[in-house]
Design a protein around this ligand. Structure first.
Ligand code: MG
Length: 166
C-alpha cells in the first residue's frame, strides 16, 4: 500500500476500531461537554462533536488508536508474549506505556490538554466509567487512556478556539 492510500484509509480504520470496542464519537463528545461546560456559556454538543472529529483526523491520533487497541485485543486473545501478556491483561499499575501512548494524543494540542487528561482520568465520567467496569473477558488497558486523551485534546482545541474568538 502506498503512503497516500494509507493516509486515506487510516482515519476510517481508527474510527472503526473505536466503534468495534464500544466507543462512539458521541461518547467522546459527552466527555468534552463534561470538561468544558463550566467555561463556555453557550457550549453546544455540535461544537463538542466537531472538535472530536478534528482530533480524530490527526495522523498522530490515528496511530495511537491503532497501536493501543491492537495491544488490548491481542491481550484479550492471549496472543502477546510473556511477560507483556500478563502486564497488559492485568493492567499493571506500574506499566505506564498506556499513558505514554495517550499523551502522544494530548500533546497535539498543547498543555491545557494535560490538565484535562489528568482530571478526566481521575473522575472517570460517562464512557470512561463503563470501560473501567470491564468484564473479565475484556481488556481496555490502552483504550480508556486513549478515549480520555481524545476528549482532553478536543477540549483543549475547543478552548483555544474560543479564546481566539472571544
Ligand atoms: Mg490504562
Amino acid at each position: 500500500m502506498d503512503e497516500k492510500k494509507l493516509g486515506v484509509i487510516l482515519g476510517d480504520v481508527a474510527l472503526n476500531l473505536l466503534i468495534e470496542r464500544g466507543v462512539t464519537i458521541q461518547d467522546i463528545a459527552d466527555l468534552v461537554f463534561y470538561l468544558q461546560k463550566d467555561y463556555h456559556e453557550n457550549l453546544s454538543m455540535d461544537d463538542c462533536v466537531l472538535n472530536v472529529n478534528r482530533v480524530l483526523a490527526k495522523r498522530e491520533v490515528q496511530n495511537a488508536i491503532l497501536t493501543g487497541i491492537q495491544l488490548d485485543k491481542m491481550a484479550e486473545e492471549n496472543r502477546l508474549p510473556e511477560p507483556l501478556q500478563q502486564i497488559i491483561r492485568m493492567d499493571e499499575g506500574l506499566y505506564g506505556i498506556d499513558e505514554v501512548v495517550a499523551l502522544s494524543i494530548v500533546n497535539v494540542y498543547g498543555s491545557i490538554g494535560f490538565t484535562n487528561f489528568g482530571y478526566i482520568d481521575k473522575k472517570k465520567p460517562g464512557i470512561l466509567k463503563k470501560l473501567n467496569e470491564k468484564g473479565a473477558a475484556l481488556c481496555h488497558t490502552f483504550l480508556d487512556d486513549i478515549v480520555g486523551a481524545i476528549a482532553a485534546a478536543a477540549s483543549s482545541r475547543l478552548a483555544h478556539r474560543a479564546a481566539n474568538t472571544e
